[in-house]
Design a protein around this ligand. Structure first.
Ligand code: ZN
Ligand code: ZN
Length: 370
């Protein structure tokens, strides 16, 4: 992994912004820039080099993981230790990560830097760089996605009427650990029957009903990288209306995937999915954005939402996940007796290429009736 190269790029950006140093406090950013995976650290980056500040619990780990970085073990908080070092080295214009520092943290940073330094807010300096994945990241992401997708089979074997959603999640997560996952990348979603109308229905004690949709949205962490996928299955035989409902989401997902290409705006991809659902009369039930970046964090830049101007670049890894959710009390989407209650979401991870994208998630998308 080319940590030094990543830091070099960042140092270049620092001089462009007329900063002497950047104080990195967001742990995924620290991991990205030097490899350190501990839970308490600050990383001070300047054109002269990088120093990692952490505490005595991480002496060995920091030296092993953050090779190429000066490691400083201190009893003080990593933030204060880093500020002290900036002051001693006369780094005058110090940037900090405004999205990742508390108000109290900023105040103590201000005090520790002393009166001669200027503290400058920055946002997204490392996150922007992290959007485009390098070859070593792609190798690991593919492994994470494949491990994640292999768990679908486990879940499908457990799902049947009368089983708690939480039991399905438990089996899936147990299998994930046994298969080598470091953990789940977010709380597993198993939302069955009427609960499938909740876009984020975390697995609950609710039992799987005798018929209806079940949304499974889950992901694993492998070597620090997240996977994220969603499949919706149907318990019992799906009605014609339910099948139509599912097919509309699948067509929307396909349209969005077809729209992905380097140079296309994120908003265009979102619009591709939204248009298909609009033609099916379902646009008002698609209540979230079409996708998001994935990497060291489960939700990263870019966001594939409505009117999002940012352009996709080769090497970005994003999800494509349109969904529709019809709560029991809402007006049926197609009127008359063809009422569908519940939700459907289909989610894959893709990597953006020059001429389109590669779909990373290997699982099939035909509607499964269990
Ligand atoms: Zn998901
Ligand atoms: Zn997602």
């Amino acid at each position: 992994v080319h940590y030094a190269l990543r830091r070099e790029k960042l140092a270049h950006e620092l001089s462009r912004r007329k900063l002497d140093a950047l104080l990195v406090t967001h742990l995924p950013n620290i991991r990205y820039l030097c490899g350190f995976t501990g839970s308490a650290a600050a990383l001070l980056i300047s054109p002269e080099g990088a120093s990692l500040f952490t505490d005595g619990r991480y002496t060995q780990q920091a030296r092993a993981e953050a090779a190429g970085t000066r490691v400083v073990i201190q009893r003080a908080s990593p933030l204060i230790a880093a500020a002290d070092a900036a002051r001693r080295h006369k780094l005058r214009r110090v940037g900090f990560e405004a999205s990742h520092l508390t108000v109290a943290g900023r105040a103590s940073l201000r005090r520790a830097l002393g009166p001669k330094s200027l503290l400058r807010e920055t946002t997204g300096m490392v996150e922007t760089q992290r959007q485009v994945k390098d070859a070593s990241e792609m190798t690991v992401i593919r492994q994470a996605v494949n491990l994640g997708a292999s768990l679908l089979e486990t879940a499908l074997q457990v799902i049947r009427p009368g089983v708690a959603e939480a039991a399905v999640a438990a089996e899936l997560e147990y299998a994930a650990r046994l298969a080598g996952a470091e953990g789940m990348s977010f709380e597993t979603i198993v939302a069955a029957g009427p609960r499938s109308a909740l876009p984020h229905g975390r697995a609950s004690a609710a039992l799987i009903p005798t018929r209806g949709f079940v949304i499974l949205d889950f992901g694993v962490i492998l070597h620090g990288y997240c996977s994220d996928m969603t499949r919706t299955v149907h318990v019992g035989k799906a009605s014609g209306a339910e099948r139509e409902f599912y097919d509309a989401v699948r067509a929307a997902q396909q349209a969005a995937i077809a729209a992905v290409r380097a140079g296309v705006s994120c908003g265009r991809v979102d619009a591709a999915a939204r248009n298909v659902l609009g033609h099916a009369g379902l646009a008002r039930f698609f209540t979230h954005s079409t996708g998001h970046g994935v990497g060291l964090e489960i939700h990263e830049a870019p966001r594939l939402g409505r009117a999002q101007q940012e352009k996709l670049q080769t090497g970005m890894v994003v999800t494509i996940e349109p969904g529709v959710y019809v709560p029991a009390q809402s007006r049926p989407p197609w009127g008359g007796g063809r009422r569908v209650v519940g939700g459907v979401r289909i989610e894959d991870m893709v990597v953006v290429t020059e001429g389109g994208c590669d779909v990373l998630t290997p699982a099939p998308k035909d509607l499964l009736e269990l």
